[in-house]
Design a protein around this ligand. Structure first.
Ligand code: NAD
Length: 329
């Protein structure tokens, strides 16, 4: 099997090369993203391996099919970036890594919550400069606060367990209730109640037509004044312009983002010597109660190892014509 990687970084190479030892697949790593212009580079490869911001649209799939590609291997969990109907029509299978480390994302969610609350990022800079004043650094006890989680899958449940450990009351909303939610002590509720009662709201659902801009002006107006909003799932779950209005009128007092709806033009690259043209993003950065990380919630060594292993196992299953357990249909 010949596998070509788009949007690959040095760390992808490192973990995939190690995981490939037992298989000996022919792996080719490209740094460029998959675009209509770069799709032709897949010529002669059986498998195209892509990441979160590679758009696998119908026209690109057509080009890939023409180049002989038979399998799209997503090295991530989300699959909102793939036109599944077009892939099926062309006979191209799509596989993903449904669960690599829910802990990585849940723990990063906690890092955003704790940093925004206790302002350790600001304290770090102050102390380095010999400024030990505490004004502006006051936080609140997480103990006894109400956290509302939208999406109670692997990451949502993991986040709920951690928040329970902090002594939070945890409300949860999902399209379906499972016994595990009860076991953890999550109060399953409707969205309006979650918005009304939560001090902290964190998103853990996938991006679908139903969840696109689930956090919009109407939702924000239903939230508690001074709410903390966290998004480590997918950028387009949040209407960024509505959130900026919420920050300006202080309905939202804390915003933690690991994802952003226009992130494909920004994240995973060093743009420190360039002028960022995205004015909405720059407005977000101007608030001192907004903390943004560049889609790094997944980025632990455990998760990268697991992503590489499961992706290669998916390719093995395809090569051996076994049932594709991680196929996205
Ligand atoms: P999962 O499939 O285990 O859980 C998703 C949950 O969302 C499911 O319980 C599902 O029923 C629920 N859901 C679906 N539609 C919903 C809706 N309309 N309203 C409420 N809930 C709904 O997925 P997961 O592994 O927990 O991952 C969650 C999301 O996290 C992924 O979709 C992905 O976008 C994101 N993610 C981000 C990173 C990162 O690095 N920032 C890494 C991995 C995953």
């Amino acid at each position: 099997m010949k596998v070509i990687f788009f949007s690959s970084k040095a760390y992808d190479k490192q973990f995939f090369k190690e995981a490939n030892n037992p298989y000996g697949f022919d792996l080719r790593f490209l740094e460029v993203p998959l675009t209509p212009a770069t799709a032709v580079l897949a010529k002669g490869h059986d498998v195209v391996c892509v990441f979160v911001n590679d758009t696998v649209s119908a026209d690109i799939l057509q080009e890939l099919a023409a180049q002989g590609v038979k399998l799209i291997a997503l090295r991530c969990a989300g699959f909102n970036n793939v036109d599944l109907k077009a892939a099926a029509a062309l006979g191209i299978k799509v596989v993903r890594v449904p669960a690599y480390s829910p802990y990585s994302v849940a723990e990063h969610t906690m890092a955003l919550i704790l940093t925004l609350n206790r302002k350790t990022h600001r304290a770090y800079n102050r102390v380095k400069e010999g400024n030990f004043a505490l004004n502006g650094l006051m936080g609140f006890d997480l103990f006894g606060k109400t956290a509302g989680l939208i999406g109670l899958g692997k990451i949502g449940l993991c986040t709920a367990r951690i928040l329970k450990g902090f002594g939070c009351r945890v409300l949860g909303y999902d399209v379906a209730e499972t016994p595990e939610m009860q076991e953890i002590g999550i109060e399953f509720t409707d969205l309006d109640t979650l918005y009304k009662e939560s001090d902290i709201i964190s998103l853990h659902c996938p991006l679908t037509p139903q969840t696109h801009h689930i956090i919009n002006k109407t939702a924000i107006n239903k939230m508690k004044k001074g709410v903390m909003l966290i998004n480590t799932s997918r950028g387009a779950l949040v209407d960024t312009k509505a959130v900026i209005v919420g920050l300006k009128n202080e309905q939202i007092s804390y915003l933690g983002l690991d994802v952003y709806e226009e992130e494909a033009h920004l994240f995973f690259e060093d743009l420190s010597n360039k002028v960022i043209q995205d004015d909405v993003f720059m407005r977000l950065l101007s608030f001192n109660n907004v903390l943004i990380t560049g889609h790094q919630a997944f980025f632990t060594s455990n998760a990268l190892q697991s992503i590489a292993e499961v992706t290669l196992q998916n390719i093995v299953a395809y090569a051996q014509q076994e049932e594709l357990q991680n196929e996205v249909k």
